[in-house]
Design a protein around this ligand. Structure first.
Ligand SMILES: NC(=O)c1ccc[n+]([C@@H]2O[C@H](COP(=O)([O-])OP(=O)(O)OC[C@H]3O[C@@H](n4cnc5c(N)ncnc54)[C@H](O)[C@@H]3O)[C@@H](O)[C@H]2O)c1
Length: 371
């Protein structure tokens, strides 16, 4: 198989689809890998590192798309990348299609196969290719919140953990999944007073067992969220319904009940966001204010720590990417986990939640594959 790794072009996105270590694995199995020049610069992997791993380094994205059949990326294709996709291409990357009809139309028009990292589902229901980035985003959210709470950043002028004799900040985490749990652990570690909300009781039990006495757990009811929101200095949004647009747990009206200059971090923004007032931002301009509440809605938070993120992502994607390289789309036929990642094939939407969010017809993946 001919693989292609273009340089990421989304604003302040510094991760790379394949590290040189991963490239070596493909080359060892007889595959060819084309990497765009300087694709790994931000993680300290220069063109020579890729050449030494056995890749060919090409000058631009057009040359990479031209040379490759399997494109391995990090973020969803931007307009210029959508224009380079052809029906022969298999695109393996994060897509987050449910809230993005424009991208869906682009992928449909391209006629390619698009496999979304975030909808690959393991047999136990976990999301193996989303998990490493959720871990990073969850941990990072508390670092970001700590910074935004500083007065010079516009915040309430508090430390997460307070100091002796001065109470700590109150952090509310919505969602006790992978990102939420990491946010809870970091916030509790920093000494904040932490409450976590989830609609699944087993999730609340698990976090309570991990941090006994250090975290308050509450169900995802209107009453609990109303009550906690009014007391929070920081709210982290980390809910997810796989493949669907994020449920809006906090409406604009509810902002009026919050403390002035409190901080909302909407990690879930890549699936639409769990605050009604969220809109995607970038690392270049990460925040905006609505009703005196600071919103941080960066859709690619792990891009800020590309070294940690690229290696963590590659650890998770490598076995699936190797299977695709070895067998092409046939790899999807007997691997239900990878098949669940197929969002678009030959102009058809092959993920039920994505189809329903976009109001398009759903075609079962095996039918679309012609099995
Ligand atoms: N912004 C970024 O850079 C970035 C990076 C990584 C992940 N993410 C996003 O973070 C979100 C969370 O990812 P995750 O891996 O932690 O997901 P997860 O599936 O592990 O956890 C989601 C949790 O949300 C809970 N949930 C669902 N509906 C709920 C509701 N109505 N009320 C309360 N809880 C509810 C689920 O029970 C689950 O525990 C996803 O949207 C993911 O795409 C964003």
């Amino acid at each position: 198989m001919k693989l292609g790794v273009p340089k990421e072009i989304k604003t302040h996105e510094y991760r790379v689809g394949l590290t040189p270590e991963s490239v070596r694995e493909f080359v060892a199995r007889g595959h060819e890998v084309a990497v765009e020049s300087s694709a790994g610069a931000a993680i300290g992997a220069d063109d020579d590192a890729y050449r030494q791993a056995g890749a060919t380094v090409l000058p631009d994205a057009a040359a990479v798309f031209d040379a490759a059949d399997l494109i391995v990326k990090v973020k969803e294709p931007q307009a210029s990348e959508l224009a380079m996709l052809r029906p022969r291409h298999v695109l393996f990357t994060y897509l987050h299609l449910a809230p993005d009809p424009e991208q869906a139309a682009g992928l449909i028009a391209a006629g390619c196969a698009a496999i979304a990292y975030e909808t690959v589902v393991a047999s136990d229901g976990s999301l193996p290719l989303l998990a490493p980035m959720s871990e990073v985003a969850g941990r990072l959210s508390i670092t970001v919140a700590g910074n935004l709470m500083m007065r010079n950043a516009g915040g309430r002028g508090m430390l997460l953990g307070g100091v002796a004799g001065v109470p700590p900040a109150r952090v509310l985490v919505l969602g006790a999944g992978v990102a939420g749990v990491q946010a809870v652990r970091m916030a509790a570690g920093a000494g904040a007073e932490v409450t976590v909300v989830d609609r699944m009781l087993p999730r609340l039990r698990a976090i309570e067992a991990q941090l006994p006495g250090r975290v308050r757990t509450r169900p995802s009811t209107h009453a609990a969220i109303d009550e906690e929101l009014a007391q929070a200095d920081v709210v982290i949004g980390a809910v997810l319904v796989t493949g669907a647009a994020t449920p809006r747990l906090v409406t604009r009206e509810m902002l009026a009940t919050m403390k002035q200059r409190s901080v909302l971090i909407d990690i879930s923004i890549d699936q639409g966001g769990c605050f009604e007032t969220s809109r995607p931002t970038t690392h270049a301009e990460p925040t905006f204010e609505v009703d005196d509440v600071i919103h941080y809605c960066v859709a690619n938070m792990p891009g800020a720590v590309p070294r940690t993120s690229s290696h963590a992502l590659n650890l998770a994607t490598l076995p699936f990417a190797l299977a695709l390289a070895d067998r092409g789309l046939d790899a999807l036929r007997d691997d239900a986990a990878l098949r669940a990642g197929l969002n678009v094939l030959a102009g058809q939407i092959t993920h039920p939640m994505v189809a329903s969010a976009l109001g398009r017809e759903y075609v079962e993946p095996l039918r679309a594959l012609g099995a």
